[in-house]
Every structure is written in structure tokens, then in C-alpha cells.
Design a protein around this ligand. Structure first.
Ligand code: HEM
Length: 506
């Protein structure tokens, strides 16, 4: 009898302690004012079943129902989606350090050298060092100017290729997606390793084929999300298939990158240049061998290839699609070019700075078709608040830049392509964020603007462009990490009378 009394008393006391803790502990979960969330959240998968491509449109529709700050469960992970400029600003000003982390996902573990690359590394000394190195060795004006001849040469090769396709005098049909992709890959690979892997004039066709195969496979994982990242049970259902493929790709990729470094280390004869990013990093290694390890160098090459190629080439493709759909804009851009650059010489990169309308076309393209519509996922490293809601530590943050760029409260006729809006300073920095905001914003924006500006300006200066039929180019987004067009852009192109002269002179 006495035992039973002791047992019941103990259980009652424990129960009271539990209730007391729940009641008075301010951080207790039930007291958290989390952002609104769709119901129900299913066991194991949470809201994963709601995720339909394109994701930025799905989130935009959810934001109409649940507001500009809402939350979801991806399996067991809490995700907050922000779709207003003011909330995004709060994330990247007041809470910038808190959100300066990245979630750790399977792709980052295997392909991204255990999340140690610039794009994936957690906020801290290592990430700061990588930003510092790239700010000096890759993105500084000095380095960008040093590599200008590469951008000029690759742009000229693109123009010559187009000029050959339209040499019959009339309009000819051209597919631009592949050409833009080759342009940006060749630019980055020549900066990094002095190599061209696409188009004519490829030195080692076998090596180039290998590289192209690896990049194609890497791109195929871009649009794929891995449910196993959010719910371990999914790994069991998938039987590790996704992981096995990723591990195998990471080995092939790593071997390839190691080969590039070894070649430069041994200064293989016949290399186009010894003034590449790999050479610079290897020379820094001599004074700081513990920091400039091969893995750090491979990680940097990887990041430049994955973050710096498709982003610029899809932007070019969207820009050209907008121009053929809006011939009056194309005409106005050509008038500006003929006025400012003339018809005797080919446009050069420094000219882009004085071509305000051309720059407005690029801004308007990035507004309507940001290459990273949800930026890159961030992760909170502490509790914080956004828009009055509590955001717990370890929450994944997605910022819907695509939705912010089309918010009717911020933009007049938000869905129309109107570069003129930037003449009246409609595009102030807080509402236009194709490169992100705050500490983790894109360090390659200067390079991207130079590549896109020179290529687009040259295409407008040298060719007439028309749609293939009466119908407008379909502007639907396809699937992929860097918002591609659903159909690759095919247009009609005809060399202008000045083209041959300026190409020969250049
Ligand atoms: C039109 C072209 C480009 C667009 C739209 C773009 C956009 C972005 C965005 C939205 C982010 C993420 C910002 C965030 O985390 O909130 C980012 C990060 C990054 N971008 Fe770009 N980018 C472009 C071109 C480039 C180029 C050319 C390079 C380098 C060659 C580059 C390198 C990077 C890197 C390394 C990061 C990660 C930064 C970090 O986590 O600290 N990007 N970019």
C-alpha cells in the first residue's frame, strides 16, 4: 500500500514539474510564434508532398494564402520561406550573421568536399578566408582586367560562329542556349586552367569530352532534390541509389580536378597559359602550404564552374528571348549602341559602362528571370525574429527573389518587360536582389555583369534578330537549379552590314 502511494506521489510530482516547465519556460516550443504553415503536415514527410516544380511558383502561391513569411516542414526540418522585400531585408541586415550559414545536404557532403567550399562552408574563419582569397585572386578589378582578353576572344568566337551560320545573306535559324553555355564554360575554364573544352579549337578532344560528360551529369542533379536530406527514412526507401550516384560523380569530378592541378604543378608543356587561377593559387601554396591545399584549390575551381557558368548563360538566353519578344526594346538598344560605340569598331567591355539602356535591359532580365529564383538556401545559427515571428536556430531560410521581383506593391506592371523602369530609379537595391543581399551575396556579380554585358552588346551590335514565327517565344521556366527556359531558345539571325568589318578590325 505504502509502495503504491509513493509511486503515485512520484508520478504526480513528475507530472507537475513537467507542466510547470512547459508553462514557465519562455523558449518552450508551444510558446513559439512560428510563421503560419499549411495544414496538415504529414508524418515523416511533412510538407514535401506540396513541392511542385517550379518551386518559386509553388511558394508564391502558398505565400498568397499564408502571407509573406510562412513555414513548412521538409521531413523533420523546419523551413521558412520569405516573399517580401522588407522581410528579406530584415533577414540580411539585422539577422545577417544569424542567417550566414548553409544547410548541410548530401550533394554538399560528397561533391562539395564535405561542405568546405565557398558556397557551402558555414560562416566562420574558413569561409571568410575563402571570400578573401577569391576577392583578391578572382574577382578583384585587377584580376578581372587581366582576364579581359579571354572574354573578348570568346565573345568574338561566338560572333564568328553566328556570322558563319548566317553567311548566306538572309536570316538563318540558330539555337542560342548551347552557344551561351559554351561561351561561359570556356571563359571560366580559361581563367581557371587556360583550357577550352567547347567549340572549335579544342586541344585535347578526349579530355574535353570527359569534362563535358562530368558537367552534364552534375547539371542533372541540379534540379533534383533529395528527400533523404530531410527524412532519413527516405534513404532507406531509395536504397541509397541517389547517394551512390552522387558518390561516384564526386570521385570522377575530383580525379578530373586533381589532374588539372597536377598538370599546372608540373607545368605541362603546351598549356595555353601559366597565368591562370590554378598557377596563382599554387604559387601562394609555396608560402602557405597548410592553407592552400589541393582540396581548397579543387573546391574553388568547382565553385566557379558550378556557380559561374549556367547563371550567366541562362541570363543571356532570357535576355535574348525578351529582346525578340519586344522588338522596340531591341531597336532602342541598337540606337544607343550605334550612337555611343558607332559602326566602325566592335563594342568592347569598357563601353558597357556607358550603355545605360543595355544595362537596364540586363537589370530587367534579372528582375523577371533571376537565375537563382530562391537565392541559395541559408540556415539560422541562432534563434531570431523576422516580421515578428520566431525563427528557431537550425531553420532553413529560402528567399523567394522571383516573387519579390514581381510584387505589384513594389513594381509598376510587374510582369511586363520594361527596361525603362530603371531610368526612373524604380530598381532600388532593396527590392532587386538577383545576386542576393548581405554577407553571402554573390561575389561573382561583377564578372557576370561584364560577361553578359559584352556578349549581349555584341549580339545587338552585329546581328538582326527575329522570332522564328509570329508567335512570341515561350517564356515558361523549366526545371533546374538555375531557372532555365523550358525550351532552348531558337531564333532567326542575320549579320548586319557592319559585322564583317568590325570582326576583322577587332
Ligand atoms: C547572372 C549571373 C549570376 C547570378 C544571378 C548569381 C546569383 C547568385 C546568388 C543569388 C547567390 C546566393 C546569394 C545568397 O546566398 O543569398 C550567389 C552566390 C554565389 N555566386 Fe553567384 N550569381 C551569378 C554569377 C556568378 C559568377 C559568374 C560567379 C563566379 C564565377 C558566382 C559565384 C558565386 C559564389 C561563389 C557564391 C556563393 C557565395 C557564398 O556563399 O559566400 N556567381 N550567386
Amino acid at each position: 500500500m505504502e509502495d503504491t502511494t509513493i509511486f503515485y506521489s512520484s508520478v504526480s510530482i513528475l507530472f507537475l514539474i513537467f507542466v510547470f516547465k512547459l508553462w514557465f519556460q519562455p523558449t518552450a516550443r508551444r510558446r513559439k510564434n512560428l510563421p503560419p504553415s499549411p495544414r496538415p503536415s504529414l508524418p515523416v514527410i511533412g510538407h514535401l508532398h506540396l513541392l511542385k516544380h517550379p518551386m518559386h511558383r509553388t511558394f508564391h502561391n502558398l505565400a498568397k494564402k499564408y502571407g509573406p513569411i510562412f513555414s513548412l516542414r521538409f521531413g523533420s526540418r523546419l523551413v521558412v520561406v520569405v516573399s517580401s522585400a522588407s522581410a528579406a531585408e530584415e533577414c540580411f541586415t539585422k539577422n545577417d550573421i544569424v542567417f550566414a550559414n548553409r544547410p548541410k545536404l548530401l550533394l554538399g557532403k560528397h561533391i562539395g568536399y564535405n561542405n568546405t567550399t565557398l558556397t557551402l562552408a558555414p560562416y566562420g574563419d574558413h569561409w571568410r578566408n575563402l571570400r578573401r582569397i577569391t576577392a583578391i585572386e578572382v574577382f578583384s578589378s585587377n584580376r578581372l582586367n587581366m582576364f579581359l582578353s579571354i572574354r573578348r576572344d570568346e565573345t568574338k568566337r561566338l560572333l564568328e560562329k553566328l556570322s558563319r551560320s548566317s553567311s548566306q545573306g538572309g536570316f538563318s535559324k540558330v539555337e542560342l542556349k548551347t552557344m551561351f553555355s559554351e561561351l561561359t564554360f570556356n571563359i571560366i575554364m580559361r581563367m581557371v586552367a587556360g583550357k577550352r573544352y567547347y567549340g572549335d579549337d579544342v586541344e585535347d578532344e578526349e579530355e574535353a569530352r570527359r569534362f563535358r560528360r562530368i558537367m552534364k551529369e552534375a547539371a542533372s542533379y541540379g534540379g533534383a532534390s533529395n528527400p533523404g536530406d530531410f527524412s532519413p527514412i527516405m534513404n532507406w526507401i531509395d536504397r541509397g541509389d541517389f547517394k551512390n550516384k552522387v558518390v561516384s560523380l564526386s570521385k570522377t569530378f575530383d580525379e578530373f580536378l586533381q589532374g588539372l592541378i597536377d598538370e599546372h604543378r608540373n607545368k605541362k608543356a603546351g598549356l595555353e597559359s601559366t597565368n591562370t587561377m590554378i598557377d596563382h593559387l599554387l604559387s601562394l601554396k609555396e608560402s602557405q602550404p597548410e592553407y592552400y591545399t589541393d582540396q581548397i584549390i579543387k573546391g574553388l575551381i568547382l565553385v566557379l564552374l558550378l556557380a559561374g557558368t549556367d547563371t550567366s548563360s541562362v541570363t543571356l538566353e532570357w535576355a535574348m528571348s525578351n529582346l525578340v519578344n519586344n522588338p522596340e526594346v531591341l531597336k532602342k538598344a541598337r540606337v544607343e549602341l550605334d550612337d555611343q560605340v558607332g559602326q566602325e569598331c566592335l563594342i568592347d567591355e569598357p563601353d558597357v559602362f556607358k550603355l545605360q539602356y543595355l544595362q537596364n535591359i540586363i537589370s530587367e532580365t534579372l528582375r523577371l528571370y533571376p537565375a537563382a529564383p530562391l537565392l541559395v538556401p541559408h540556415l539560422s545559427s541562432d534563434n531570431c525574429t523576422v516580421g515578428g515571428y520566431d525563427i528557431p536556430c537550425d531553420t532553413i531560410l529560402l528567399v523567394n527573389a522571383w516573387a519579390i521581383h514581381r510584387d505589384p506593391k513594389l513594381w509598376d506592371e510587374p510582369n511586363s518587360f520594361k527596361p525603362e523602369r530603371f531610368e526612373i530609379r524604380e530598381g532600388d537595391a532593396r527590392k532587386l536582389m538577383p545576386f542576393g543581399l548581405g554577407r553571402r551575396s554573390c561575389p561573382g556579380s561583377g564578372l557576370a555583369q561584364r560577361v553578359v554585358g559584352l556578349a549581349l552588346g555584341s549580339l545587338i551590335q552585329c546581328f538582326e534578330w527575329e522570332r522564328v514565327g509570329e508567335e512570341k517565344v515561350d517564356m515558361t521556366e523549366g526545371r533546374g537549379l538555375t531557372m532555365p527556359k523550358v525550351d532552348p531558345l531558337v531564333v532567326l539571325c542575320k549579320a548586319r552590314p557592319i559585322t564583317n568589318n568590325v570582326l576583322v578590325a577587332a
